[in-house]
Design a protein around this ligand. Structure first.
Ligand code: ZN
Length: 339
């Protein structure tokens, strides 16, 4: 997703958000200039090495958590993120861990009063590494340090067979303590499916847990449930539709399997997560996030010379998951993507 520091994103986003909140028209007017100049620099910037985050003083042992307790009593909206930590998805998991600064600074702008917790999951055979958790965090600078420090303690796992134990990880997620939260949002990022969902390599669940029952429980427990398919196999992408209720499949599964380059899929996975979080805060959040993301991609051109076109395609693709009339989406895209 991105390796720059918390501050560099936070300052920029903060400035953008206040101008967005003040006056939408002048926000877009000013932004037009910035976008155009960023576009003209894509070629020269993509030839330069990418900036690396300096992490020397980020780790703080006292902030490390390994268990999910419960959110602060005043928190009304919680985000719980389940990330596939098995061998095949290890690099995506690693990428997300390295992006704590970006994640927490964007979350602070999108949903400052919320809290976020993480479960890194694999398979039963990984025993104590099957589920490795990071407790509820407040978005912001301390949250960034806590997420970075706790992430360092998450150990990559093997995963045994092709399927992962999502039937059990989802079940466990439903049993957590959500305090007084009124909205509970669950996000799942994986390149596979759970036991019994149709993967060729599947040794089954040793506890005979039925994934359909876990799915039912998820829908009863959480306000929303969304899935990011972050693998490169379209057949698995089809199997992943089973995680969701039939009528939610078009909106709640972001299948990235058509993106073949690993680096791009990794970068987009984290942004897909932020997009889904933004969607759960409402249309303003979506608009703010996508307008920021387009600028970010122009400034840090991960798609090389092709960045402008591919960034535009990707932003439009996110637009497909917005549940609004097409006309309204087109109008927002027009403003965000500046002609
Ligand atoms: Zn199981």
């Amino acid at each position: 997703m991105s390796g720059k520091s918390y501050e560099s994103y936070s300052d920029h986003l903060n400035e953008r958000k206040s101008s967005f909140d003040d006056d939408r028209d002048s926000f877009y007017k000013k932004r037009e200039e910035t976008v155009k100049s960023a576009r003209s620099e894509v070629r020269s910037k993509s030839a330069m090495p990418r900036e690396k985050r300096i992490t020397n003083d980020l780790y703080d042992e006292s902030l490390v958590t390994k268990k999910i307790t419960k959110p602060d009593p005043a928190v009304e909206r919680v985000h719980l993120v389940l990330i596939d930590n098995s061998g095949s998805n290890a690099r995506i998991a690693q990428h997300l861990r390295e992006s704590s600064g970006y994640l927490m600074s964007v979350l602070e702008q999108l949903d400052p009063a919320s809290q976020i917790a993480f479960m890194y999951c694999s398979d039963h055979g990984d025993r104590d590494k099957f589920i490795q958790s990071i407790d509820y965090l407040q978005p912001g600078k301390k949250g960034d340090k806590a997420l970075y420090s706790s992430s360092q303690e998450v150990i990559p796992a093997n995963g045994d067979d092709g399927a992962e134990a999502w039937e059990c990880a989802l079940w466990e997620a439903c049993g957590l303590d959500f305090g007084k939260a009124k909205e509970k949002h669950l996000y799942l990022a994986t390149d596979v499916v759970g036991h019994g969902m149709g993967m060729g390599s599947d040794d089954g669940c040793p506890h005979q847990r039925d994934w359909k029952k876990s799915k039912e429980k998820v829908y009863k427990t959480f306000t929303t449930f969304t899935v990011i398919g972050c693998g490169d196999d379209p057949d698995t992408g089809k199997l992943q539709t089973q995680f969701l209720k039939e009528d939610r499949i078009p909106f709640d599964l972001i299948d990235l399997s058509s993106i073949k380059e690993f680096a791009h899929r990794a970068a987009i996975t984290g942004n897909a997560l932020l997009f889904l979080i933004a969607r759960n805060t409402g249309m303003q959040g979506v608009e703010l996030f996508l307008s920021f993301l387009y600028e970010k991609w122009l400034h840090e051109p991960i798609f090389g010379d092709d960045t402008d076109q591919r960034a535009q395609d990707m932003i439009r693709r996110f637009g497909k998951y917005v549940e609004k009339p097409q006309k309204e989406i087109d109008a927002i895209m027009g403003k965000i993507l500046v002609k």
